[in-house]
Ligand binder design. Sequence first.
Ligand code: PGA
Length: 251
Amino acid sequence: MRRPYVCGNWKLWGTRAEALEYCETLLGLLEGERAVDVGLCVPFTALDTVVGALEGQDVRVAAQNMYSEDSGAFTGEVSAPMLLELGVDSVVLGHSERREHFGETDAALRAKVPKALKAGLAPILCVGETEDERESGDTERKLRQQVGEALSDVPSERLSELTLAYEPIWAIGTGKTATPEQAQEAMAFVRALVGDRSRDAAEQVRVLYGGSVKPENAAEIMAQPDVDGALVGGASLDPEGFAQIVAAAGS
Ligand code: PGA
């Protein structure tokens, strides 16, 4: 069975001082033995602090983006070796905010996803449709395009190491959550897309739901068979609420 995974995405939040305080509070709230993988996806400048604060605590630390080259004339970018040197485990790629505000493309992700895997950083690939796409019946086409292109250069035998996050754009930061049925339907489809490449990988790959997950709705969404956990934005900024979502994933 797939182990649930709950990852907090701080987005643009967290000075080093705030990050340290958050980690201390969160560790006091998480129970010792967990049936759930827990991660925090934090700004580049807080990675070092968070890796240090969580040392030996079995909490993954993820960056929010990465470039596909190791070094070179790419001002403003951060590479896999730089993240690994800090002790970072994982990287979120293709978040809709990166796509929408910073021009992240499927073609760029086609290079980034296999690069992260090869370097030893577990990728969390985000996909999801806009409200217009959902209303015009284009959800599956969009997911097929995003998943297909981002995974096209990942060797089949490594597909199972990926985490996919289905994040309907209309549900991110809006307080509107996909219904458990909508989430299940889209996430079963995402899993089936992986299954087109490898049936074994489709069984093993974790698919997380993201979009206005809160302590009040987490258990219901995560009870769906194809929902293996959550990528939590706004609600993860409150360590108490985040710990409740982790507890909901393990129950
Ligand atoms: P949200 O964000 O929980 O604030 O909707 C989710 C995400 O963007 O990963």
